[in-house]
Design a protein around this ligand. Structure first.
Ligand SMILES: O=C(O)CCC(=O)C(=O)O
Ligand SMILES: [Fe+2]
Length: 295
């Protein structure tokens, strides 16, 4: 399926950059045909919905588990696997979820956050990745509307994955999670101090259609509001991957959903629970995915 994904050979410096910072822009990874296919997928998907008013992100539409043949054709293409292998020291990464986003002018999207909720079925120390694929051009001198992200080296979200994992294993967590102090702690979003650091050190890049951004799960990121201009909206397709050696954690999954109920009413997907049907704690996720992806 090389009509969808271009061949990219990364230099040693680029691979080291990704390992050290946790993000990399992949120029012209996707062909026009792939982008057109993803635009069609998002436009016709019934899963794409306007989030309710109380939702913590401001988007005109978003949808979980937006995935069809085009998704599979992308992640199973030899060129695509090759790029992921180059960036994961040849371990590779397995596709787990497709998500669609649409942002309209003056909407702020998501503030600085990490994706512990979307990836709460992965053992805290194991790797997972987000590939953000803008389906409209992102121009930081005009409308913005892209993503901002900051290097691991400045501020990493790793501690939150560990913290939530420890927290959910405490015997009296359900009692504590009902307290006001706990409810005021929004564990997915950056604190004022982290926000200060992240704003001071953020990277916000331009993207042409076909470019993609790969982030590992410890990278803080935020949406950049879309200003008024020629684009009526900014669409993006996000593909989540688990490292081929990443292990399943039902403990983290169940615990996260339990404490989340007491802190927010965010939308979520049940992909983690679907995995529970054929995976036990500590088992390698990628070995068992054939049962999950039936599209
Ligand atoms: O597209 C956006 O603005 C948000 C994307 C995001 O936060 C994610 O994919 O994790
Ligand atoms: Fe995110």
């Amino acid at each position: 399926m090389n009509s969808l994904i271009n061949q990219i050979t990364l230099s040693q410096e680029e691979k080291q950059f990704f390992a050290k910072n946790g993000f990399i822009k992949l120029k012209q990874l996707l062909t026009r045909e792939a982008i057109d296919g993803l635009r069609k997928l998002i436009s016709k998907s019934n899963a794409m919905k306007t989030p309710p008013k109380f939702y913590s992100g401001e988007m005109s539409k978003m949808g979980y588990d937006v995935e069809e043949a085009i998704t599979r054709d992308i992640y199973s293409s030899a060129n695509f696997k090759d790029v992921l292998n180059q960036l994961t020291n040849n371990r590779g990464a397995a596709f787990i979820q497709g998500i669609g986003f649409e942002l309209e002018p003056n909407q702020k999207g998501f503030n600085w956050h990490h994706d512990v909720l979307s990836l709460c079925y992965v053992m805290p120390e194991d790797l997972a990745y987000t590939m953000w694929i803008p389906l409209d051009p992102i121009n930081t001198k005009e409308q913005h509307g892209g993503l901002a992200y900051a290097s691991h080296k400045v501020c990493s979200a790793r501690q939150y994955f560990d913290l939530v994992y420890q927290l959910v294993q405490q015997e009296n967590i359900s009692e504590f999670s009902k307290t006001e102090e706990f409810k005021n702690w929004d564990f997915q979003y950056a604190s004022p101090v982290e926000t200060f650091l992240l704003d001071n050190n953020k990277v916000e890049d331009d993207f042409e259609v076909g470019d993609a951004l790969l982030l590992d799960k410890f990278v803080w990121h935020k949406s950049c509001p879309l200003r008024e201009g020629a684009l009526p909206s900014r669409k993006a397709y996000v593909m989540r991957f688990v490292d081929c050696q990443a292990r399943y954690s039902k403990t983290l999954l169940q615990g996260t959903y339990t404490i989340l109920k007491s802190t927010s009413s965010d939308l979520h997907s049940d992909v983690g629970y679907q995995l529970a049907e054929f995976l036990k704690d500590g088992e390698i996720i990628s070995d068992n995915l054939a049962n999950l992806k039936k599209f």
